[in-house]
Design a protein around this ligand. Sequence first.
Ligand code: CA
Length: 558
Amino acid sequence: MKRGTQLVCLLLCAALLAGCVPAKQTEESVTAPDSSGAAVDFQSSPEPVLTEQALSEIKALGESPDDNYRTWYEIFVYSFCDSDGDGIGDLQGVISKLDYLQNLGITGIWLMPIHPSMSYHKYNVSDYYAIDPDYGTMEDFETLLAECEKRNIRVILDLVVNHTGSDHGWFREAVSYLQALGDGEPDTAQCPYFDYYNFTREAKNGYTQVPGTDWFYESQFSPDMPDLNLDCPLVRQEIDAVMAFWLDKGVAGFRLDAAKEFHSGNADKNIEVLSWLQETAAAHRPDVYLVAEVWDAFSTITTFYQSGITSIFDYPFGDSGGKIITVLRNAGNAGTVSTYATALEKANAAYSGANPNYIDAPFLSNHDVGRIAGFCSGDALKTKLAGAMNLFMSGSVFVYYGEEIGMVGSGNDPSKRAPMYWNADRDSGTTNPPPGCELPDSYPFGSLEEQAGDDTSVYNYYRQAIAIRSAIPAISHGQTTAETNLNKGCVSAFRKSCDLGECIVLMNIDFSPAQVDLTGYEGWTLAAKLSADGNAITLDGAALTLPAFGTAVLVPAA
Ligand code: CA
């Protein structure tokens, strides 16, 4: 995907808009929200983006729901923040940025692998019970957990158990055994590790020869990533022990790497493994959060939800071919735009049909795919609305580090994992890109430092979108249906309903302003507005005006 480098004139954007005018309740006084009782911070917003109505709903709830419907932030530790000047990000660096993440509204962190590994990305683990020395120590990790707990931020780890690193002790033992075996038949009583992997004397696709033998081992991703045999009871015991070790430390759960390759090409067996992982992890921590990577189409993800797994990344909505970017590419085309709300409804119905307790896991980009701002060709309005489309999906939403400032990055994998762009001089945070990373000459929206004080920046839009998401729990918790009466032209409208409340989200996916007739919705009030271009979102009688790429949220009147 071509990287967007177009500079966007943020000067066109004016400040966010003033408070609400509830439908047919114009006498109701509107006062500035008291942020002290809410979980959100409006200090740098010139005007409230949430109305008194929404804030009173939050207060009625007491505290934010303490569950797994969260706003997660994916961190590649290597590229996030370096605390000791060796050029590689580390856990102390992450700790130093927790206030930043809390201020952004983040309530969960997914750490990409942190265990010792031969690779810069660390997806080939050599020891599941330790911290890679590049990243710090176990004490650093325990400090990170304690500091996250103070901020109501949960932490999940990347659990990479489709394969180990080829330098893992289990694999080295098995290889040494086979090399000494000669022509004999292996005996797992002599070497249990022979059964930990998938060895065969048959040369097959996805297999690598064991040096000095006529044996081959399964290695679907690369020769230094031997696939574990997840049918082996001893391997299951090992995984159980690894999960227990980290859950006992206070980790909230795991992101399950490469779940579609546990048994490549065999969905039934993969579903069995996922069911086992869910039950086994929940036995250690009943509210454990597991999110599986099943990089596939809608029908496959629906099938995999039959495992009972809590979450599966919602690839059909994210990435360059996903629904969100497809709709944004067709902004202004009513025929395409109107399918967004119905796609949300369809996914909700299918996933919940397979697993009534599922929690959707939407995302726009991750470490394996190009960054979303590049797919938006550096267009600020599309980049912003892409963020809101993701953040206003139900479930546990994931934000990839740097997405909140519209970083771009595509091409080879390291280029998707560039250092967080804290400041324009690139002398803060971390300075050393991962090997092979090609840095863009410039980023379309500037660094965090440049964006932080600009209320119209992508960064402050993300903060406001996350604040709205946390303030109106129906956005994250609701079952989604298309709001057919309002889902017209280039306005996508969908309703969220749950026992925490109800809301209707309206998004104008067009370069022109839209007028929405709210006749028949007299019982609803305008609770939140999110302007992408700085123009006003207004309600005059029953006439709602949404500027280009503007978003409004209605809630039932109190
Ligand atoms: Ca470092």
